[in-house]
Design a protein around this ligand. Structure first.
Ligand code: ZN
Length: 178
């Protein structure tokens, strides 16, 4: 399936929906299950390893993640515990062509609900921990560029302006896209 076949479009830096904090899902319905499946299809089509609802213009606490070991469909995900530090180069489907090296917790415990409303606890480490934190950042209106150091910001400033202006970019992915 191609990106356009999902009927969804990935929002790009400059779109205000990316800066909005999402609302928790109070009652899980078929519409949420349908959205999560479409988000997964879009994530795979875009060759990403994670996607948050804000990235498709929805201010609801939904995210999908698959780093190659199976698909997580998450509703209302929250980080309960974090431990250790690691730094990884991160890209983002909503900030095309940019990557930022970000220090985050190395090991985390996440609580969420699955698509049927069952409680879900995931212990994640390494890349998976990184992706969970990246997606939960999205749900809080936060983007990779917010983690950039002043030096990194100066380096990517022109590129960011170009992305905002065009609303798209043709640059090839340069890091894990989430
Ligand atoms: Zn992202």
């Amino acid at each position: 399936m191609s990106i356009s076949e999902t009927g969804l479009k990935i929002k790009i830096l400059g779109d205000t929906v990316l800066r909005r904090r999402v609302k928790p899902v109070a009652k899980i319905t078929g519409r949420h299950r349908d959205t999560l499946s479409k988000m997964a299809q879009l994530m795979y089509a875009a060759k990403g390893i994670g996607l948050a609802a804000s990235q498709i213009g929805l201010s609801e606490s939904l995210a999908v993640i698959d780093i190659g070991n199976g698909l997580y469909k998450l509703i209302n995900p929250k980080i309960i515990k974090g431990q250790g530090r690691q730094a990884m180069e991160e890209g983002c489907l909503s900030v095309p062509g940019i990557s930022v090296k970000i220090r985050r917790a190395k090991k985390i415990l996440v609580e969420a609900q699955d698509e049927n409303g069952k409680p879900l606890r995931v212990e994640a480490e390494g890349l998976l921990a990184c992706v969970f934190q990246h997606e939960i950042d999205h749900l809080n209106g936060k983007l990779i560029i917010d983690h950039a150091t002043l030096r990194q910001k100066l380096k990517i400033r022109k590129k960011l302006q170009a992305i905002k202006k065009a609303g798209t970019a043709d640059d090839k992915p340069i890091a894990n896209l989430v």
